[in-house]
Design a protein around this ligand. Structure first.
Ligand code: ZN
Length: 427
């Protein structure tokens, strides 16, 4: 269950189960408010050549910028960028990511509601991790390879309704639905995503729970049962706390044949190296990933990413405390303390830089556990629920929430905890 060290760790997520169950009428498109882009079009795959050929449109739902920069893998040859409001485009190497290109698209006034059409093709080299690949028996793509144009700032949400030209008889797994059509598959979601992730393969087996499905090839029943059991527990726990207005949709798990590099996108989770005997670890991992269905609003490349991760880690530990008792909680707390040693500040008004892993995943939840100790479980539960459901997307808003639910002293105290640059311990 180790995680890919690259961009995947920044994004979370997952989706409705997306098994293809033969031709059927695609479900009606679900309207979503507040989403920035809607992708449509078709991507043709040549799985023997490892190639794709895309004709994609990104509809600008409500965009006022006159230049919008997208990233796309540099191995993909861009054939055209067109649109009623597209007045030009410029391609250069992406400044921060080797092997990717940056496409700056110039837009005329009033482009909101219009589309940018991208046509591109090529072969994306399979990385050593095999986390992204196009091969005759497995296709799996996500933001890690920039297989579709993605807004450079990574702060736009998107929905999609795409056709995939893949061989007949495959199963497509993604955050949403996927159904077979005459010449491929139609994959769509109304869930607000940050990229378009999916896995697809022939001869996938399914193990289904009530609201979860594990797609695999030859995994043991012990393994799929352990996943379904942990996921069902996490769903019940999280929905009870956060799901009254927006309950967790159905969830699809894919078990790729590779040693590591799992990741999650809201209702779609790719799992590797599952140890069915490590029930606590599996529950912690799945509750963390599923809690990102709500804990996802802070901009991932900023200091506020500590909210996305810190709350997901904290809530997953609470879920394990409920299921496995104080011993698991104490162990987790000790791990957070050990891994926080020597780390810098979590957040200060003067340093809004993105923090490293240990701070977001260890020191952040440790700070939340200290807040819980100070203000009590009941008050903390109200804060966590409001953080998840309001939602709260930056640290100043969280501080206001803490003051509203407790008092100004606790807010000031928490500000000082976030600003501690030495090791922290529960107090
Ligand atoms: Zn996470």
């Amino acid at each position: 269950m180790s995680r890919h060290p690259h961009l995947t760790t920044l994004f979370l997520g997952l989706a409705l189960l997306a098994g293809c169950r033969g031709p059927s009428n695609p479900p009606p498109e679900e309207a979503i408010s507040g989403v920035d882009l809607h992708y449509g079009g078709r991507v043709e795959f040549d799985v023997d050549a490892g190639a794709l050929d895309a004709d994609l449109s990104a509809r600008l739902v409500d965009e006022s910028a006159t230049t919008l920069a997208f990233l796309l893998h540099g191995a993909l040859e861009l054939a055209a960028v067109e649109g009623e409001y597209v007045t030009g485009h410029h391609v250069e190497p992406a400044p921060n990511i080797d092997t990717w290109n940056r496409i700056a698209v110039e837009l005329g006034e009033g482009a909101a509601g219009s589309e940018i059409r991208f046509r591109y093709r090529g072969v994306i080299p399979t990385p050593e991790s095999r986390i992204n690949q196009i091969s005759p028996d497995w296709v799996e793509l996500s933001v890690d390879t920039a297989w579709h144009p993605i807004v450079e700032s990574f702060d736009r949400t998107l929905t999609y309704d795409l056709e995939l030209g893949l061989p007949a008889g495959w199963t497509v797994v993604s955050p949403g639905t996927a159904v077979a059509i005459e010449d491929g598959y139609r994959m769509q979601t109304g869930i607000d995503m940050i990229d378009i992730p999916f896995a697809a393969a022939p001869n996938l087996e399914e193990a289904s729970g009530k609201r979860e499905t594990v797609f695999h090839r030859g995994a043991s029943t012990e393994t799929t049962d352990a996943i379904l059991d942990a996921a069902a527990y996490c769903r019940a726990y999280l929905d009870e706390r956060f799901g009254s207005d927006r309950p967790l949709p159905d969830v699809a798990f894919a078990l790729p044949d590779r040693p590591e590099s799992g990741y999650a996108r809201k209702t779609f989770i790719a799992l590797t190296s599952v140890d069915p005997d490590d029930r606590v670890g599996l529950t912690r991992f799945l509750c963390h990933e599923l809690s990102h269905y709500w804990s996802t609003g802070a901009a991932p490349f900023t200091v506020d990413n500590w909210l996305n991760e810190g709350f997901a880690v904290f809530v997953a530990a609470q879920a394990c405390r409920r299921r496995y008792g104080d011993e698991s909680w104490d162990k987790t707390l000790a791990d957070w303390e050990r891994r926080s040693e020597g780390q810098g500040t979590i957040w200060t008004p003067n340093d809004l830089s993105r923090r490293p892993y240990e701070i977001n995943y260890k020191k952040g939840p440790l700070a939340l556990s200290r807040l819980e100790q100070r203000i009590g479980m009941e008050t903390m539960d109200r804060i966590v629920t409001r953080y998840m459901t309001d939602p709260v997307d930056d640290t100043p808003t969280l501080l206001e929430l803490i003051e509203a639910e407790s008092d100004a002293e606790s807010r000031a105290w928490f500000v000082s905890v976030l600003a501690e640059s030495e090791s922290a311990s529960a107090d």
